[in-house]
Ligand binder design. Structure first.
Ligand code: FMN
Length: 422
């Protein structure tokens, strides 16, 4: 299995500059700065088909075309390392193992976009990752890969680590920019998009850790090589899948993007634990719709997973066995989102607690058939109508609960109790 981002990963160890360079580290930067123009680097990323790994899956090269790359002056590259999506821990694994992957990816990206300053906005609990990054940045400065006139060129770039104050909303890119400015982390209205008016009012691009860490590999090996790494026709690259839930094993692995859910569950996860059977999974974090057993052969890549009714999200795969009450599981997820709402808009602030109240009532066995209709109405009123994507994402498991597990919901109402409780 080709390992690109995890090729230096060893249990309990972190690779710093010497180890990173032994396996080709900073060759991408040398090639970009010495042999390619910024436009050529951007074109290669666009050609590669790389899509954002932070959740929304927007094509990175296309996103960069909205950025004023040819304009010089104050502009920012921000790496989103907030990673508070439940069931998601891939960025942490990468930063624990090999922090220079991100540092080099950011330097090459900054070169492509002619950006002089970058920030890594990192989850406050990821202290070891933050320290790894600070050491990697110091080593890169010492080696002439960061700072003024990088590798003797005209290009200069400085990079800083900023520890998040620690709320889920801080991962939403515009709330993140407010947090970086020292303001309350409420989302900003879009437009203007960060590419036009971002950090401190200046053009900014926000990208995920895994997204940026792929960039130098595309430069070294070429866009075609990158597309060829995928297991699907439509995909590009590898994917860091973080497994969790009711499996025999729950590793974080780098696999070709588009590896099937069945292979991930049965081979890499060692099957559903305790000899039980697969009931459902969240394929890409807590704000993605469930997949059920009938979806086990779905390739976990953006397009096929959308056809199956869900989203790749972050690639954090959480599995539920057949003893799980899906109403209770959905209530648990929604309670998280309700607590994490920043309160900025009504659908999120008032809608999410009401959805939790309804789910709890159904789970207790006190729900009515009318409650299902009220729940449907809430989904309609919240999904796509909140100020940012937090509440919209929160509605995705709820909507898929009604699509895939309606019998179980109705069973709660008819029996007047949770059918899975003895
Ligand atoms: C509530 C919320 C939380 C988010 N948290 C993260 C996060 O922790 N990390 C991340 O990369 N993207 C997160 N996102 C997505 C970002 O807003 C943004 O789309 C992403 O950082 C862009 O990077 P990409 O294009 O490389 O995926 C979150 C979005 C929402 C709505």
């Amino acid at each position: 299995m080709t390992q690109v981002l995890f090729k230096n990963r060893r249990p309990g160890e972190t690779v710093f500059l010497d180890g990173y360079r032994k396996t080709g580290g900073y060759e991408g930067l040398q090639k970009a700065v010495k042999a390619m123009s910024p436009d050529e680097v951007r074109e290669a990323v666009k050609e590669s088909g790389l899509r954002g790994r932070g959740g929304a899956g927007f094509p990175t090269g296309v996103k960069w075309t909205f950025f004023p790359a040819d304009q010089f002056g104050e502009k920012y590259l921000v790496c989103n390392a907030d990673e508070k999506e439940p069931g998601t821990y891939k960025d942490r694994e990468l930063l624990l193992a090999d922090p220079h992957q991100l540092v080099e990816g950011m330097i090459v990206s900054a070169y492509a976009l002619r950006i002089p300053v970058g920030y890594i906005f990192i989850r406050y609990g990821y202290e070891r990752c933050s320290q790894n990054l600070e050491r990697a940045i110091a080593e890169a400065c010492e080696a002439g890969f960061l700072g003024d006139n990088i590798l003797g060129s005209e290009f200069s770039f400085e990079l800083h680590v900023h520890r998040s104050a620690g709320r889920y909303i801080c991962g939403e890119e515009t709330a993140l920019l407010n947090a970086l400015e020292g303001l309350r982390a409420n989302p900003r209205s879009k437009p203007p998009f960060p590419a036009v008016r971002g950090l401190f009012g200046m053009p900014t691009t926000v990208n995920n850790v895994e997204t940026l860490a792929n960039v130098q590999h595309i430069i070294v090996n070429g866009p075609e090589w990158f597309r060829g790494l995928a297991a699907t026709e439509t995909g590009a690259g590898t994917k860091l899948y973080g497994l969790s839930g009711h499996l025999e094993r729950t590793p974080c692995l780098e696999l070709p993007i588009g590896t099937t859910l069945r292979e991930i569950v049965e081979e890499h996860g060692g099957g559903v634990w305790k000899g039980r059977t697969f009931k459902a999974c969240l394929p890409g974090g807590a704000s993605t719709p469930y997949l059920a057993a009938k979806h086990l052969d779905t390739p976990l890549d953006f397009e096929p997973i959308e056809k199956a009714g869900s989203r790749l999200g972050t690639g954090g795969v959480t599995v539920f066995d057949d003893t799980t009450c899906m109403v209770a599981a959905t209530l648990n997820l929604n309670t998280f989102f309700a607590r994490e709402s920043c309160g900025w808009c009504t659908p999120c602030r008032d809608g999410l607690p009401f959805v939790s109240w309804l789910l709890e009532k159904i789970e207790r066995g006190e729900g009515t058939m009318e409650d299902i209709e009220i729940l449907r109405g809430q989904i309609r009123n919240i999904h796509g109508r909140s100020f940012c994507a937090l509440a919209t994402g929160a509605m995705e498991p709820v909507a898929s609960l009604l699509d895939l597990f309606m019998d179980e919901v109705v069973d709660h109402i008819k029996r007047g109790r949770c059918p899975l409780k003895r």
